[in-house]
Design a protein around this ligand. Structure first.
Ligand code: SF4
Length: 350
């Protein structure tokens, strides 16, 4: 076991030498293919933000109604890659029937290990350009009619106005599902404030507390500070309580996710310590062991393998020592179950 950790520490110390090869290409101009004429689905404030985009901390100041692509690469359209049933979230989020997840294309972080790289990465975007608001609402309605009671917005930081417009559209049809904001947390605090009263359950990642690691892996030096502020605002809105209904589904509150990365036990411990000190050890946590290298990082010196059991156990132990008692830990074989294929209509189903 000691040898494992010596080995891991050596790899970790050398990340910066090699990782430059794993940066994702940022193509700012070539893959926006259609002009959006749906400005009327947004309120005035959101329309102004999208016209000179300062929605997220990147503040690209591009006009997203005019095919100008910012860092996320997405225009002012709905930018939806998939609307599908997902049964692989935490038990209180998916329930038995699953959640109706709306997976957005593009992202304002470019994590080199992203498991949704088929839809999140500039240059390899799979998305349904024909999906207008009516189509999306029809699809949601169809899934909700099968007994699903929650709608999740996945990777919504660069499309928060679209999220609000979809919620407004659902409400106008009399649909009031549980709404789940499943975010990487690279959100402006103003964005989270603007969601007050619209989102029932916040499901934020807290990925890193070290800026150098956030730069290396997600191209976002300020991620630790930005994410902490955003999560604090979610905590301000929801507190530590996760209210669960009679069907075992979370219907109000916040659940913080942390994905343990291979070779980064200390970073994970520091993430947990920060949550305990800056928020509370009473919050609900989801500690994930599901990391699986994608083809992009197959040759990365640190991220090219799944997690060692001992690494995960060390983080679980730290979590317990810090006083966390609410939430979920994953089985070590979870990494076999979370590899979506967004070319399929049902990306998470066999
Ligand atoms: S949402 Fe996209 S275009 Fe707008 S500031 Fe963020 S990365 Fe740039």
């Amino acid at each position: 076991m000691c040898l494992w950790f010596k080995d891991v520490a050596w790899k970790s110390a050398n990340i910066s030498i090699f990782a430059i090869d794993f940066k994702l290409p940022v193509n700012k101009t070539t893959f926006i293919r259609f002009t959006v004429k749906q400005a009327d689905i947004y309120d005035n404030n959101d329309r102004l933000i999208l016209e000179n985009c300062t929605l997220c901390p990147r503040e690209c100041r591009v006009n997203r109604f005019r095919e100008e692509a910012g860092y996320c690469g997405m225009d002012a359209g709905l930018n939806i890659a998939s609307v599908c049933i997902h049964r692989g979230e935490e038990p209180f989020i998916s329930g038995i029937s699953g959640i109706c997840n709306i997976f957005f294309a593009g992202c304002n972080l470019h994590c080199i290990y992203c498991q949704n790289h088929e839809i999140s990465r500039p240059g390899s975007v799979i998305r349904n350009t024909e999906m207008d608001m009516y189509t999306v609402l029809d699809r949601i309605e169809e899934l909700l009619s099968k007994g699903i009671t929650a709608v999740g917005f996945v990777s919504p930081s660069h499309v928060a106005p679209q999220v609000k417009a979809i919620i407004k559209g659902m409400n106008s049809r009399g649909l009031k599902p549980i709404t789940v904001y499943n975010t990487n947390s690279y959100d402006k605090i103003e964005t989270i404030r603007s969601l007050y009263g619209l989102i029932d359950v916040y499901l934020p990642d807290y990925k890193y507390v070290t800026s150098e690691i956030a730069t290396e892996y997600s191209d976002a030096f300020d991620y630790p500070a930005v994410a902490l502020k955003a999560i604090k605002e979610m905590y301000y809105q929801k507190g530590s309580t996760l209210r669960v209904n009679e069907n075992g589904l979370a219907e109000n509150g916040m659940l913080i996710r942390h994905l343990v990365l291979p070779g980064h036990v200390e970073e994970s411990k520091n993430v947990l310590r920060t949550i305990a000190e800056e928020l509370s050890s009473g919050v609900h946590l989801s500690l994930m062991s599901q990391y699986q290298p994608t083809s992009v990082v197959r040759n990365h010196p640190v991220l090219n393998r799944s997690l060692y059991k001992a690494e995960y156990e060390a983080v679980v132990e730290a979590m317990e020592d810090l006083g966390f008692r609410n939430g979920w830990v994953q089985d070590m074989d979870s990494n076999q179950n979370y590899q979506p294929d967004f070319r399929k209509e049902h990306p998470f189903e066999e």
